[in-house]
Write a new protein. Sequence first.
Length: 409
Amino acid sequence: MISSGLLETVDAISYGNPDTLYAMLSYYIICSLANCHAKDWYEGNFARILYPHADLSSQRISDFLAAIGQEHAFRAFFAEYLKFLTNDDHILLADDAGILIDSTGLPNSIHFPLNALSTHNEELSHEVRLVYVVHQKTGMPIYFRYCPGNGIDTSTLIRTIAELKQQGVNTKFAILDAGYDTDENIRSLYEHSISYITRLQANRTIYKDLVAEHLSSLEQKEHFVSYNTRYAYIKCVECSLVEGKRAYAYIGLDVNRKALDSHKLFNQVQARDLSDAQMYDAIQSQAVFILVSSRKIANNKILPLYYSRQQIEQIFDIGKNYGEMLPVRVQNEETFRGHLLMTFITTVFYKMVQDTLKEEPLTPVSMFLNLRNHKCKVYDSVVIPQEAFKKANDSYKAFKITCPVEIDR
């Protein structure tokens, strides 16, 4: 973290007791237990030697999270973090930088104003909505914000873009999920001169009109494209989602998916009691989708570009599995905000580790498990690490770390 420059962004938070900040960040990265166990972890971890003045009692942790969740600390961190992202060794937030925006639910039974009943994928839960912005080319998290659990994607996009602008991220290109496909959001993107790609929702009139007009002429050789190991027909036509603004619709048919869906339909035909005409119509509508963009993009490039948004799903997976996003174990909004900042930093760290280990037979989890087995002896003035075994050495080599013989206390 020190060699990468990420620690400087953490220092920008300017918490009064840096040892507590570093120790808690180490705890979020290494340990998946609730914060009430942090003090016990600290007593038996090398963090006690590195950060001797840390106070990880339960009350101090609550005070710590509330303090770093203050708006001034939040802004100071992101001002420094965005500088970190624009260093030569990292990503460049250039004018043509693409961003991915999506949200996820954080189920939470604690009663505070942000917690609300939400319906996603036909499931009800009390939750807070967490919005992340990710760099399209690298998959690095850029920014986060949160809103009440009953907030919907159609109302969060405009405010997210406004906050990004105030943080100095003036993006020119956004890749969005279908949940953001509303006239209000699309109009706002044009007003801010932001190009976009999104997926049209099937219940929209323009979707039905485009399918009715172009589906019969879709399966032709000039529309045939491949994507990874899949095949599709893609036809591009001009359209307009909002009055006076030109866009391009990519009517698509996923060949692989159509075969699977049609097979399922054949097995259900008797149960559904479909006539031959109804069966024909049902087969024609299988695996059809429409992507829409304000830019004209080559047919064979539209799918790879749109599906780069899977990177944000990977970031949510990292955050929830390794970054302590879930379960939410805080008691009020003040500590919740600080907790989210800690999970963001932890997620960034894990993403960087994951990228470094791409060519290694290690994962972040296996690496930290292996390194836990590298022991040391603690003396009054020095710490002497014992001989590193192979898996620990492999981890050190991946990050160009030399294990010292002695560490001064």
